[in-house]
Design a protein around this ligand. Structure first.
Ligand code: AMP
Length: 573
């Protein structure tokens, strides 16, 4: 029997009132440790504001206007009144809770998710009306505090400040013998990206079950990432391998290709299903992959008759509508560089050379499907040459890969088995950082009425929070400026989000929920009392002379550069 949803709603209320990370984690872990495994699964999804795994399409597709109507309908008040309350409170969930006089709770955790799934599934011509009625009926069954969170989840905006990292930390405490085991739990999540399934399995079998997860078709693993070095010669020191493989680095969108018979699914780096954006690539892959069941790793790039198009150009294909028109306007190709699953067997633990061999044997190249160009050698000069050739071709750099026995595929890991080396580094310029936008300051003069500068933060995965690192006000073109204005609107927050750490003197005029990631170029890292990244003795790390480079729509906030990476770059390690 599933627990009452009221227990979960009251946990959410308490979390809203608890600022300290450790106390929040404790509350979460206490809640999870006293639930049945199936409830752990469902509560994990709901706590992240969703009804399923992150790689599934979980949007309910209910417009705010319809949700306003559902609240009005459920609690017998006029739509005008609901709208007014919404404007005043800035949150439809809070408005619902105020209007709702129901006292007795009857819903269970599993009821709420099943009913939300029904709303998602409502389709057809009058789907909005059906969704509205289903939401209204669910709200009629829910007492005040429960309706607050049901509305927020339905609108995809739970805002209780719990991210994946905090949840994994809570799982470690509840089921795996304590927070010190978080990295093992996280490792389980890197392979089993269905956080509900992971939680359920930990609740049932304990920590050992996290180790048993592997890759399966249809469920993406987190992408393996590359480290960076300060000097190109450091690569030799870092990769302990007699021979090095050096591959071209393609600047586009990371893609994990799952082939199951005739079905192809493309997952983005952020684990979203992006198949519908690239039907041409999916079709070409179906023909090129010779195996029945396979998972491949690669990069989709804008590619016209042998020329690479810019990353910005490729991003024009991130769209729901006019997909086929844009497949012609922005032709693309995929460059595959790894193979991690073949006909029922995981290749994750195989070394790079044998995965590469499997890749070469499994794919017929075509105009749209390529295998990453590479060179394998023990001669360091060859790496330099390959790098120069790649840059001359218009690529952004190279990825050097270990060929040693231990060169396994490490999902979600930024280790020393892959090292990137980019054009910017070799030109003596400093580094670029992918940062989450957490605030903005009003502009003056020609930017009056718009933002003047953006407050940007790095990610602290240990505490699942965002720590400010720089304030960027230059580098925008007219085009990028207006597109940022639009994108930021979606993330606007009424007050400082729990997960953002800001010094008083850096308080922005507007806060944003961490969501949008931008690439920022900087000249120097210093210590400053105004920033909070990796703060020690009242000073954080800060980026000087920052310049906006581009929006990274392919990255989510948790993919932002971490405070540990920044520390390492500062220390030149
Ligand atoms: P960055 O996004 O700067 O951390 O660079 C790492 C990214 O480079 C990976 O996540 C891939 O999306 C991309 N990439 C491009 N070419 C390759 C390659 N040959 N091997 C591995 N990653 C690559």
């Amino acid at each position: 029997m599933s627990s009452r949803f009221s227990k979960l709603a009251s946990l959410y209320s308490r979390l809203e009132d608890t600022p300290s990370y450790n106390s929040r984690r404790k509350k979460l872990s206490e809640f999870f440790s006293s639930r049945s495994p199936p409830d752990v699964k469902v509560a994990a999804y709901l706590t992240l504001g969703s009804i399923g795994a992150s790689y599934e399409d979980t949007e309910l597709g209910i417009a705010e206007k319809m949700a306003v109507r559902a609240v009005a309908d459920a609690y017998g008040s006029g739509e005008k009144k609901v709208k007014k309350l919404l404007e005043k409170r800035g949150d439809l969930g809070d408005a619902a809770a105020l209007l709702n006089e129901k006292k007795r709770s009857t819903l269970t955790i599993s009821d709420v998710r099943s009913k939300l799934i029904k709303i998602k599934k409502a389709s057809g011509e009058d789907s909005q009306k059906k969704k509205m009625e289903l939401l209204s009926s669910l709200l009629q069954d829910a007492p005040s505090n429960e309706s607050r969170f049901i509305v927020r989840i339905a609108l995809g905006n739970l805002r209780i400040g719990v991210g994946e990292q905090m949840l994994l930390d809570a799982f470690a405490e509840a089921f795996a013998g304590g927070s010190s085991h978080k990295s093992e739990v996280e490792d389980g999540y890197n392979k089993c990206t269905d956080i509900g399934l992971l939680g359920e399995s930990l609740a049932k079998h304990g920590l050992s079950s996290a180790k048993r997860f592997s890759i399966t078709l249809g469920r993406p693993v987190r992408a393996m990432l590359a480290q960076r070095v300060d000097k190109v010669s450091d690569i030799l020191e870092k990769i302990q391998s007699d021979e090095l493989a050096v591959e071209e680095k393609y600047d586009g969108e990371r893609v994990q290709v799952h082939k199951d018979g005739n079905r192809i699914i493309l997952f983005s780096r952020h684990l979203n299903d992006i198949t519908s954006q690239f039907p041409d690539i999916a079709e070409a892959l179906k023909k090129s992959i010779k195996r029945k069941k396979a998972v491949l790793d690669g990069e989709i790039v804008g590619y016209r008759k042998g020329d690479f198009l810019s990353f910005q150009k490729l991003m024009q294909r991130r769209r729901k509508y006019d997909v086929s028109e844009y497949s012609e306007k922005v032709p693309a190709a995929v460059f595959l560089f790894d193979m991690i699953y073949l006909n029922g067997n995981s290749l994750l633990k195989k070394p790079y050379p044998s995965r590469r061999k499997a890749l070469e044997k499994s794919v017929n190249e075509s105009g749209m499907v390529h295998i990453a160009k590479r060179n394998v050698s023990s001669d360091f000069e060859k790496i330099r040459e390959f790098f120069q050739k790649s840059v001359d071709k218009g690529l952004e750099g190279i990825i050097v890969k270990s060929t040693a026995k231990d060169s396994v595929y490490q999902p979600g890991n930024r280790g020393w088995l892959w090292i990137k080396w980019k054009k910017e580094y070799s030109e003596g310029m400093r580094e670029t950082f992918d940062l989450a936008v957490v605030g903005s300051y009003h502009g003056r003069g020609s930017r009056a009425g718009h933002f003047g500068a953006l407050l940007c933060a790095a990610f602290n995965p240990k505490k699942d929070r965002f720590e400010t690192f720089t304030k960027v006000g230059t580098g925008f073109t007219d085009e990028s400026f207006s597109s940022l204005q639009k994108l930021l609107k979606k993330h606007r927050a009424r007050k400082k989000p729990e997960s953002v750490v800001v010094e008083n003197d850096m308080e922005p005029d507007v806060y944003y929920e961490p969501g949008l990631v931008i690439e920022v170029f900087g000249a120097e890292i210093t210590r400053s009392p105004s920033h909070t990244a990796f703060r020690k003795k009242g000073k954080g790390l800060a980026l000087r002379f920052p310049r906006f480079q581009r929006v990274r729509r392919d990255k989510g906030p948790e993919d932002a550069t971490t405070i540990m990476e920044i520390k390492r770059i500062k220390d030149g390690k």
